[in-house]
Ligand binder design. Sequence first.
Ligand code: MHF
Ligand code: KIV
Ligand code: MG
Length: 276
Amino acid sequence: MAEQSDAVPVPKKVRTRHFHNAKRQGIKITGLTSYDQLSAAIFDAAGIDFLLVGDSAGNTVLGYGTTLPVTVDELIPLTRAVASAAKRAFVIADMPFGSYESGADQALHTAFRFMKETGAQAVKLEGGVRSAEQIRRIVSAGIPVMGHVGFTPQSEHGLGGHVIQGRGTQLEQLLADAHAVEDAGAFAVVLEMIPAEAARRVTAELEIPTISVGAGPHTDGQLLVWTDWAGLTTGRIPKFVKQYANLAAVLGEAALAFRADVEGGIYPGPEHSYDD
Ligand SMILES: Nc1nc(=O)c2c([nH]1)NC[C@@H]1CN(c3ccc(C(=O)N[C@@H](CCC(=O)O)C(=O)O)cc3)CN21
Ligand SMILES: CC(C)C(=O)C(=O)O
Ligand SMILES: [Mg+2]
């Protein structure tokens, strides 16, 4: 585990109570997505509080362009890999499109699969009022649930694209959705792509912590898709992303250097070769 300063008590293992305590104490919560054990181990050692094995894997690792085709069977091995590497971070499994909307029975069945087969500590699903029954049933089985309201990518076609939610008269719906998630027993809620002032209002009204993905600074925590954050994503990235590294450039240069070494007979040298 990474050395941490004395100022903020660092739990051995993050649990749902640490989300509640952080909000009460005004300590910001940090999350990143992760889809493999290599990135999970690095983020865990850096003290990132939670790792979301997002269905954004559809965009980032599986090459689908959207989250819609992603299945439970695809996310289970990725979630298991992340959970195997997380010593301190809280690991959350994202329930993919089509795995919970049919009703509370289906949602609980999917949540059981993630909990039994991966080692994740919680599940996440999209939707407020429309998903409240599902959240309530999963929570009543002893499984922590993270909610997700505002822009919900699994409904991108229903919402008419990547459209900012909660503006103007939509604020009432956003507040109703956020309250529905809290009342159903979720331990935290993601607010995606909503105006900063709307997120401030939701954060003030809710007792559970709010986690921003493009919802501005007035929330209890922040989450980003790691490949956007690290500069690995090629093509367009959302406006709300701050890029903290340029891994695409680092890997591209390494690949060029490797190719030049092989083509020039420089790699492998004697130090990389075996004697008789
Ligand atoms: N790589 C990646 N990053 C993400 O943040 C992400 C995913 N994938 N997949 C699942 C969802 C989908 N999300 C998205 C996807 C696209 C935009 C986007 O294109 N936003 C534009 C337009 C916003 C507008 O309409 O003004 C932007 O410039 O922010 C935003 C969020 C967030 N999530
Ligand atoms: C963008 C976050 C909230 C998500 O759901 C994902 O990564 O799948
Ligand atoms: Mg998702």
